[in-house]
Write a protein that binds this ligand. Structure first.
Ligand code: CTP
Length: 414
């Protein structure tokens, strides 16, 4: 594994020139304030693995909010400071980065956990301390950004060695207990990179995990569902007993649907794909409504996610009878359901009528309008909807096939 980070960091295939120049401006600004600066965590890990790097987390030994303020003063943009965490988000002006983007500026810090599973208390510290507060050795490396030490690797915990041995190792035995979301993170890295978790998770960590807030757990599932290997991550979590640690236990993911997690809706379907929502629907569609209602409560689903998860289950249960329904009945029913639900049910069932609905039937409309009915001398009333719906149903069911047919049918209804 190449450890010549200087060369890697100057390689435009790894870091585009515009980003390199941005990083060097930030490092200079930090240095002028007397703050050594580093890129840390995922950036260093992915750079060493020669994977695309996306996350540019900048840590300074000093006050990251002050650095942010100086950057805004010099280059513009906007700063969102988080005083409690000594961090800031710099919303970078497009001129500096070719695009609208944001960068996390972090004060090197220690974290102490007053109680397992609680969020930590933070105090400013050295970069070495900052690396020691982290989750895994492979995420506990930093690369220096400023001055003559540009490109120097800081690896006090053997991250590089574990990276080359493909191991996910926590920094101390209580790590999973202090922050049980690290269980999800370990599985995410393990399955993403084909590594192996080498640390014991242990019963105490599982117990603490079961007491975490719904939002924190759901966030971890959201991150998993965004990943290309999410199916193997969910399977691994299940095998590790993570799903069983909750009360009631979380339903397992149906492995038959694994490939569907990466499906992209065909353009002709006109469905806006959403990986995370599709993932939850595929995960929950075979469950019982009551089980999903209690899971939605436990993971604090948004009311929208809760509602579409339940409607996916109901629609799947109704599918045998819907298959034999007329196109009009089916269309009128499916129109009341979010398109993503119909799409996911099509993914799992490959039922032709669902595809017909998505591609054709939902666009079929009668020609007659309310104004036409008024022109016939009718006074607006619920009867309007009845007539127009009847005409649309006739088109959908092939009872009428041209404008003349529609006019004839309309006249027979008046
Ligand atoms: N981190 C940690 N414990 C956590 C969350 C984050 O120690 N519970 C540290 C790790 O050093 C991690 C860094 O914060 O590398 C940034 O976190 P995050 O952005 O979530 O992860 P990345 O390493 O960027 O990984 P990914 O590619 O999954 O985003």
């Amino acid at each position: 594994m190449s450890t010549d980070l200087c060369t890697l960091m100057r390689d435009p295939k790894m870091i585009p020139y515009v980003k390199q120049s941005l990083l060097s401006q930030i490092a200079d600004q930090a240095a002028s304030l007397g703050m050594p600066s580093y890129l840390v965590g995922g950036f260093v890990r992915d750079l060493l693995l020669k994977q695309p790097v996306n996350d540019y987390d900048i840590v300074v030994e000093g006050d990251a909010i002050k650095l942010g303020e100086a950057l805004v003063k010099k280059f513009g943009g906007k700063l969102t400071p988080h005083y409690k965490f000594h961090t800031a988000i710099w919303h970078i002006p497009p001129l500096l980065n070719n695009e609208r983007s944001r960068l996390d500026l972090i004060t090197a810090r220690t974290e102490t956990y007053s109680q397992p599973g609680m969020l930590p208390t933070i105090s400013p510290a050295s970069i070495d301390d900052d690396l020691r507060r982290r989750d895994f050795t492979i995420n506990a490396m930093a690369v220096r950004l400023d001055g003559d030490d540009f490109g120097a690797l800081l690896d006090p915990l053997g991250g590089l060695d574990d990276l080359s041995k493909k191991l996910i190792r926590v920094l101390h035995p209580d790590s999973f207990i202090e922050d049980p979301t690290r269980i999800f993170r370990s599985v995410r890295y393990e399955q993403r990179y084909g590594f192996k978790i080498t640390s014991q998770i242990g019963d105490k960590a599982l117990e603490t995990l079961s007491s975490l807030s719904g939002d924190r757990i759901r966030h971890e599932f959201d991150l998993i569902l965004k990943e290309e290997n999410s199916a193997s991550m969910l399977a691994r979590l299940y095998d590790l007993g993570i799903f069983g640690a909750f009360d009631p236990p979380l339903p397992g993911f149906n492995e038959r649907y694994s490939d569907l997690l990466n499906a992209i809706p065909p353009v002709v379907f006109g469905v806006l794909g959403n990986r995370i929502v599709t993932g939850y629907l595929l995960w929950l569609i075979d469950s019982k409504v009551e089980a999903v209602a209690s899971l939605a409560e436990r993971l604090n689903f948004s009311s929208e996610l809760r509602q579409i998860s339940i409607s996916a289950i109901q629609l799947k249960n109704d599918l045998p009878s819907l298959k034999s329904a007329s196109p009009s009945l089916l269309t009128f029913k499916l129109e009341k359901i979010p398109l993503i639900v119909v799409y996911v049910l099509w993914l799992v069932s490959e039922e032709t009528v669902l595809k017909e609905f998505l591609v054709r039937w939902r666009y079929v409309k009668q020609k007659t309008t309310g104004n036409d009915l008024k022109a016939y001398g009718l006074v607006p009333s619920p009867r309007f909807t009845e007539i127009l719906t009847r005409l649309r149903a006739a088109w959908l069911d092939g009872e009428i096939v041209n404008d003349g047919d529609e006019r004839e049918l309309l006249e027979s209804l008046l």
